[in-house]
Design a protein. Structure first.
Length: 277
C-alpha cells in the first residue's frame, strides 16, 4: 500500500465487525459502470443471480448459469476498488455435494476476484457452509424467501410467519453456527427479522425484512426504477430512471423522423481537418 493510502475493500471480518453498529449498505450490480457508481458507497456489492431476471429476461433465477455469473462478476470487479465483491452461487452449482459446492465456489472466486460467495438455504445447507468456510471460502447465507426454490415454495411469498417462525429462527442459528459471516433475510415479518438480528452473532442483511437489521440490500435496477416488470412491496423507488429512458428514446425517434437529429454539431465537414476530429 502506498502512503497516499486509498481505502481498501472491506474483508468478511470487517463486515462481521459491523454487527450492531452502523448499518451495512449494499446493492446488486451486474455491469462495470453500475459498479463504479456504487464503489465506496456500498460496503459490499452483490453480483446477484437476479441478473438472470433483470438483464436477461429469464422468468426466475433457476436458469442462471455459472458462465453468466462469471461474466457479470468479472465486469463488476473491474468497477470496484473500495467495496467488497460478493457473488451468488447459481441454482444447481452447490446442492449436490460439499465437493461440488467447493469446486464451483472456488471457480467463482478465482475467475471474478470476489471476496465471498452467497448461497441460499438454512439447515439444509449447513454442512456445505462449514466445508466451504473451513477450506478458505467466506460464505454469506440467504434465508427466508430463497428465490431459487420458487418452484417448491409456490411463489415469492412471505416466509417465517406463524408456525414457520421457529423453523426460520433455526435456519438463522444454523447458518451462523456453520460459519457464515453474514446472512441475508428476505421477505420475512419485521418482528422475526428483529428477533433473529438480536439472537445471532453475525450481521443480518435485510431485503423485505426490517430497518433494525444490521444492513440492507436491494436490486439496484429496482431502486433506480429501471426494472419495472414487477415491484415487490419491499422495493422503494429512489429514482425513476426507466421513465427518463423511455422519454429520451421517444425524443430521439421524433428527431430522427423530423430530420432534426443529427444537427450540424454532430456532423463532420469535408475540408476543415481540425473540426473533423
Ligand atoms: N428485480 C429483481 N428484484 C429482486 O428483488 C429479485 C429479483 N429481481 N430476482 C430474484 C429475486 C426474486 N425476488 C422476488 C421476486 C418477487 C417478489 C414479490 O414479492 N413479488 C410480488 C408477488 C409475490 C407473490 O407471489 O405473492 C409482490 O407482490 O411483491 C419478491 C422477491 C427477489 N429477487
Ligand atoms: C436480492 C439479493 C439478495 C439476491 O440474492 C439477488 O439479487 O440475486
Ligand atoms: Mg440471489
Amino acid at each position: 500500500m502506498s502512503a497516499t493510502a486509498r481505502k481498501s475493500a472491506p474483508m468478511p471480518q470487517d463486515i462481521m465487525a459491523r454487527k450492531g453498529g452502523t448499518p451495512l449498505v449494499s446493492l446488486t450490480a451486474y455491469t462495470t459502470p453500475m459498479a463504479e457508481m456504487m464503489d465506496g458507497i456500498c460496503d459490499f456489492v452483490l453480483v446477484g443471480d437476479s441478473v438472470g431476471m433483470v438483464l436477461h429476461g429469464l422468468p426466475s433465477t433457476v436458469g442462471v448459469t455459472m458462465e453468466m455469473m462469471i461474466m457479470h462478476g468479472q465486469a463488476v470487479r473491474r468497477g470496484l476498488t473500495t467495496s467488497m465483491l460478493v457473488i451468488d452461487m447459481p441454482f444447481g452449482s452447490y446442492e449436490e455435494s460439499r465437493e461440488q459446492a467447493f469446486r464451483n465456489a472456488a471457480r467463482l472466486m478465482a475467475e471474478t476476484g470476489a471476496g465471498a460467495v452467497k448461497l441460499e438455504g438454512g439447515r439444509g445447507i449447513e454442512k456445505t457452509i462449514q466445508f466451504l468456510v473451513s477450506h478458505g471460502i467466506p460464505v454469506m447465507a440467504h434465508i427466508g424467501l430463497t428465490p431459487q426454490s420458487v418452484n417448491t415454495l409456490g411463489g415469492y411469498k412471505v416466509q417465517g410467519r406463524g408456525k414457520e417462525a421457529k423453523a426460520l429462527m433455526k435456519d438463522a442459528k444454523a447458518v451462523a453456527d456453520a460459519g457464515a459471516f453474514a446472512v441475508v433475510l428476505e421477505k420475512v415479518p419485521a418482528v422475526m427479522a428483529d428477533k433473529i438480528t438480536a439472537q445471532i452473532a453475525i450481521p443480518t442483511i435485510g431485503i423485505g425484512a426490517s430497518a433494525n437489521c444490521d444492513g440492507q440490500i436491494l436490486v439496484v435496477d429496482d431502486m433506480l426504477g429501471l426494472f419495472t416488470a414487477f415491484k415487490a412491496k419491499f422495493v422503494k423507488r429512489f429514482a425513476m430512471l426507466g421513465d427518463d429512458a423511455r422519454e429520451a428514446i421517444q425524443a430521439y425517434a421524433d428527431e430522427v423522423q423530423a430530420r432534426s437529429f443529427p444537427a450540424p454539431e454532430h456532423t463532420f465537414a469535408e475540408d476543415v481537418p481540425e473540426k473533423t476530429k
